[in-house]
Design a protein around this ligand. Structure first.
Ligand code: NAD
Ligand code: WQD
Length: 334
């Protein structure tokens, strides 16, 4: 039995779908702070199965105790966390408590029950503003905001856990920029507030919910001056978690592994691909740089290829087509 924390969120729900389709037995724990219970119905519609669900907080030892005493948990895929960079600057205590205290509570119950396998959601944000792309896992880490710092601290904690007890097996998956949606168009990323990230914003301009995309800077040293990122299809990312689960089942250690495509695309290339996929125009204007942004960020994916036997399958056009199908469906319902 696998415990999936944050399993109703954007990446978690896509991973749960892939797991159910591979006949993995799983339990979801989510406090719905950034997701909706209806996602469980959508998972059911896609897979014809309904995973066990506990509504609760990873910081609550009682619910964790209940789960571990009711089920033989073999491994934890740990998505639960808060992820908005800007919000983390304004609410550092809330972010550190949720992400770090939450992870410590999960580790405590795992230790108590002898469960020593974890797949953790880290982030390319731990590379900070290193200008040397592609990012390799052995680079020095640095962070520029409480969200990123929380991921970096958790990575350190997990490495220490392994050092103290080498029976542990942990992968620290450093995601680059997940976008796209399941091909059913039923699950995807649909933030309630005005989106901070590029793709949800572009989607809302294409549907007409927002007027115009602000492109944050066109004077970077990149092919067209706009920021370059390694966008990765969320279903590829989900597939990467199944490979990571295989890996932790068979190898002890604490390994940081990048999950990206290894290719970078600029903001304007994304806008163009999205226009093609949606057959709509995406209004944009160039504005000043967003503080904290870097010019280019993309992954070295050699380690994921080698250790996990995992490669991203989907290209930018597919990511935009799938993102658009989901955005269109959601907008039709409003
Ligand atoms: P998300 O917000 O859609 O999903 C996170 C889920 O965790 C949500 O369903 C939320 O309700 C739940 N949750 C949050 N705090 C919780 C708590 N204390 N107890 C129980 N449930 C809780 O985010 P996502 O995009 O699916 O990200 C999943 C993980 O991957 C996060 O840890 C995030 O930091 C990390 N990550 C995301 C990205 C990205 O761009 N989406 C990139 C790198 C890393
Ligand atoms: C992508 C590009 C922007 C919005 C963030 C987090 C990172 C990780 C992934 C969790 C940049 C440009 C964006 C807009 C724009 N999350 N942009 N107009 O900043 O690479 O990464 O999400 O771990 O930690 O920092 O992603 O989607 O915000 O930006 O021009 O309205 O799009 O400047 O070049 P980012 P993003």
């Amino acid at each position: 039995m696998i415990l999936v924390t944050g399993g109703l969120g954007y990446i978690g729900s896509h991973t749960v779908v892939e797991m159910v389709e591979k006949n993995e037995e799983l339990i979801i724990l989510d406090n719905l702070s950034n997701s909706k219970l209806q996602v469980l119905d959508k998972i059911h519609s896609i897979t014809e199965k309904r995973p066990a669900f506990y509504q609760g907080d990873i910081r609550d030892p009682d619910i964790l105790e209940k789960i571990f005493s009711n089920h033989a948990v073999e491994a934890v895929i740990h998505f639960a966390g808060l992820k908005a960079v800007g919000e983390s600057v304004n609410k550092p205590i809330y972010y550190y408590d949720n992400n770090i205290t939450g992870t410590l509570e999960v580790l405590k119950v795992m230790k108590k029950y002898g469960c020593k396998k974890m797949v953790f959601s880290s982030s390319a944000t731990v590379y900070g503003n290193n200008p040397q792309v592609p990012f390799r896992e052995d680079y020095d880490l640095s962070t520029t905001n409480p969200y990123g710092a929380s991921k970096r601290m958790i990575e350190d904690i997990l490495r220490d856990v392994y050092t103290a007890d080498p029976e542990w097996s942990i992968t620290l998956l450093r995601y680059f920029n997940p976008i796209g949606a399941h091909k059913s168009g039923l699950i995807g990323e649909d933030p309630n507030d005005i989106p901070n990230n590029l793709l949800p914003y572009v989607s809302k301009v294409a549907t007409g919910e927002l007027d115009c995309l602000c492109v944050f800077g066109d004077d970077y040293k990149t092919l067209d001056g706009t920021g370059v990122r390694d966008y990765i299809h969320v279903v590829d990312l989900a597939r990467g978690h199944l490979k990571a689960l295989d890996y932790v089942r068979n190898n002890a250690g604490a390994e940081a592994i990048n999950l990206g495509t290894g290719n970078g695309y600029s903001v304007l290339q994304v806008v163009k691909a999205y226009e093609k996929a949606s057959e709509r125009s995406v209004n944009y204007k160039i504005t000043s740089r967003r503080p904290g942004d870097i010019a280019s960020c993309y992954a070295c994916v050699e380690k994921a290829n080698r250790l996990l036997d995992w490669h991203a399958k989907y290209d930018l056009n597919q990511m935009c087509e799938d993102a658009w199908r989901f955005a269109y469906n959601e907008n039709e319902k409003k």
